[in-house]
Design a protein around this ligand. Sequence first.
Ligand SMILES: Nc1nc2c(c(=O)[nH]1)N[C@H]1C(S)=C(S)[C@@H](COP(=O)(O)O)O[C@H]1N2
Ligand SMILES: [Mo]
Length: 330
Amino acid sequence: MPLEALRYDVTPVGMHYLLTHFDVPDIDGATWKLRIEGRVRRPLDLTLEDLLERPSVSMPVTMECAGNGRARLSPRPISQPWLNEAVGTASWTGTPLAPLLAEAGLEDDAIELVFTGADRGIQGDVEQDYERSLTIHETSRPEVLLAYAMNGRPLEPQHGYPLRLIVPGWYGMTSVKWLTRIEAVSEPFQGWQQVDAYRYRKDNGERGEPVTRIRVRALMAPPGIPDFLSRRRVAPAGPVTVIGRAWCGTAPVVRVEFGVDGAWDEAKLEEPVGEFAWRRWSYDWTASPGEHVLTCRATDAAGNPQPLEQPWNIEGCGNNLVQEVVVTVD
Ligand SMILES: Nc1nc2c(c(=O)[nH]1)N[C@H]1C(S)=C(S)[C@@H](COP(=O)(O)O)O[C@H]1N2
Ligand SMILES: [Mo]
């Protein structure tokens, strides 16, 4: 998502970031089915029509890729080289998952649900479907959706048509696209995307902690205009209102500060776009001639501010380093 799109409460579909491990699968919505099976008393086969007939909920949700910001880490983790653009807020429409689980009747020994996408590929030398699991406790939360629409229109192929999971507050890898199967299991899922990826680890021998919810972060829409090659910003001297967004998946954002050459001041915070969506912030800056380093820093209700130095991990996950924008004011 180009950072100037931080101006929108809801990101236009074509400006929302994309992360696709393998290929966008070829799915015919007319013949596609979702199967709910495993440790359930009544396995379900649902067509897209069945899902559309169920109660529907629309909700703005800020989604961020767990690797957002990794291209700036050193040593550079080998994966999608995101700068700061892997975030967006869409209005997702779908049917809540919890009532479907109740209909299927989870067995007492079910501990997790495994969500399978229709996309297949090879990662870490393992051929696999894209699959992730989540505990029954997390999947039973009322905000967890099986979504078939984004910003009021059917999902685009690249965003998971015909159906995807949306798990508000969690990093994006959890929200499995192109869903074909939900399996209730009685043992912790050992799939590649669960145990070999999305872990906080300093080296490969370590098992590490799983990557889960989104850490607190603020980003600004860089003021002025960009220089084509360097992407440095150039702005005229005088008053300018810098705007941005702040979000967090573990606790509400309660504060955003704006920094000019290392001096912090309070930014103005607006109401969140939704319970699981970002809040707009702004700062009235008077730009004086010269070169300036602009920064922004959010703090969540648990008192966690964004770090000024980013702890490193192998996959470059969970980055929430304070953003720095260099502006030449003339
Ligand atoms: N089936 C499937 N689901 C997936 C992925 C994928 O590659 N395959 N990528 C995940 C990751 S890493 C992210 S960040 C989000 C991105 O969703 P988007 O492309 O709609 O923005 O989808 C998640 N769901
Ligand atoms: Mo991601």
